[in-house]
Write a protein that binds this ligand. Structure first.
Ligand code: GLN
Length: 386
């Protein structure tokens, strides 16, 4: 027999996020590896989904989502970013932001294309691109501000470049791109006629009075930007798989066709629950969660600092990258496994977010836990003898 795998198989392995989650479960540890927010789901959201199930929203929705959900998403875009979005032609609901991103790449990219990706990056972005034969070209962000220059972008551009991927607030660095930085990105996208794909799944989690800026709102950016986000993080429903892309109707139609091809639609009753949440929860809800994450960031980063694993203080999202070179081991994975073994706290090796050796010195911790779980993790970490 000469049966063999497809050529992209070798590019897609189990992610380190999932690896460490499994390792954590084996020892019954505290999982700060996977970016799961385990806060309670808002009552409105649960009640909306429950009612929808009972009242018959259990069959396929339109390929691009229920009208009510698309309308709620468009209204939310208007409220938070000022963008005018037509819910009927510019919103594509998909299976999570991950599904929306995959459908976007399927619709708009070709094998052999290149996409600029800021490093440290979210591994699923890079692997999704790789699975389609698209090369990620890293633009390295320099701590502490995770800075980059227009030259860095220019140097990364080739004839094959088709898009720039912007994840703001970013996973894993927690970088919140400033208006100035987005202006540099917009100028580069215009000069080279590129798409900008965004991942704004952490849009509501910005700290210390910072502001989330949606790249599509910059002058001249509306047509070339695919704005991607979802409800997983903000409603703590990572398992519901509700995300969306907002963009020009021409791209939306194509993205919708690919999303239909792979997923048919996102879960119907859950779309109703999320729509109700978007309709009824006010700014105090979003601010409340962001403040809660900020408080946890401060507590958790202080703990890391005290035990000698110096953290990068995130500006948004809910992860911190910490310097783990004080832990024994040659690689980030060995260090993360040492930490799990000694403390029962799981993190993700930094190598999952870097193409080069820098990642071997770092690990990512998620602090979006219920306070008792986070306190347990902090107590365990403080017991570490280095
Ligand atoms: N986005 C989340 C993270 O970075 C979860 C993704 C996942 O479970 N693969 O951890």
């Amino acid at each position: 027999m000469t049966l063999k795998m497809g050529k992209h198989r070798q590019l897609v392995a189990q992610s380190e996020i999932r690896n460490m989650t499994l390792e954590c479960a084996k020892v019954g540890g505290v999982n700060l590896a996977q970016g799961v927010c385990d806060l309670p789901v808002p009552d409105e959201v649960v009640a909306g989904a429950e009612e929808a199930m009972r009242s018959g929203f259990n069959t396929y929705t339109r390929y691009d989502g229920l009208p009510r959900f698309r309308e709620a998403i468009a209204a939310k875009q208007k409220r938070y970013t000022g963008m005018d979005v037509d819910p009927d032609s510019q919103v594509v609901v998909s299976a999570g932001a991950t599904g929306a991103f995959y459908a976007t790449c399927l619709a708009l990219l070709d094998e052999g294309d290149e996409v600029l990706v800021f490093e440290p990056y979210y591994g699923y972005h890079v692997t999704t691109l790789a699975s389609l034969g698209v090369t990620s070209v890293p633009v390295v962000l320099e701590p502490p501000e995770w800075a980059f220059t227009a030259d860095d972008l220019e140097r990364a551009i080739t004839k094959k470049t088709r898009a720039i991927l912007v994840n703001t607030p970013s996973n894993p660095a927690g970088k919140v791109f400033t208006r100035e930085e987005l202006t540099v990105i917009a100028a580069c996208a215009e000069a080279h006629d590129l798409f900008v794909f965004t991942d704004e799944i952490y849009e509501h989690f910005v700290f210390d009075g910072r502001e989330h800026i949606s790249p599509a709102t910059l002058p001249g950016m509306a047509r070339r930007t695919i704005t991607i986000s979802g409800l997983s993080k903000v409603f703590a429903v990572t398992g519901w798989r509700l995300g969306y892309a907002v963009c020009d109707p021409e791209w939306a139609l194509a993205i919708g066709h690919f999303s239909d091809l792979v997923y048919i639609c996102a879960p119907a009753p859950l779309q109703v629950g999320a729509a109700r949440g978007l309709e009824r929860l006010g700014p105090e809800y979003y601010q409340g969660i962001s403040d809660d994450h900020q408080l946890k960031r401060d507590l958790f980063c202080q703990t890391l600092e005290d035990i000698g694993l110096t953290p990068h203080r995130p500006q948004g999202a809910y992860y911190t990258l910490a310097d783990v070179t004080a832990l024994p081991g040659r690689t980030a994975r060995e260090r993360a496994m040492f930490l799990l073994e000694k403390t029962g706290v799981a993190c993700v090796p930094g190598s999952a977010f870097y193409s080069g050796p820098t990642g071997e010195t770092l690990a990512r911790f998620c602090f979006a836990k219920q306070m008792d779980a986070l306190e347990d993790a902090m107590t365990r970490l403080r017991g570490l003898q280095l």
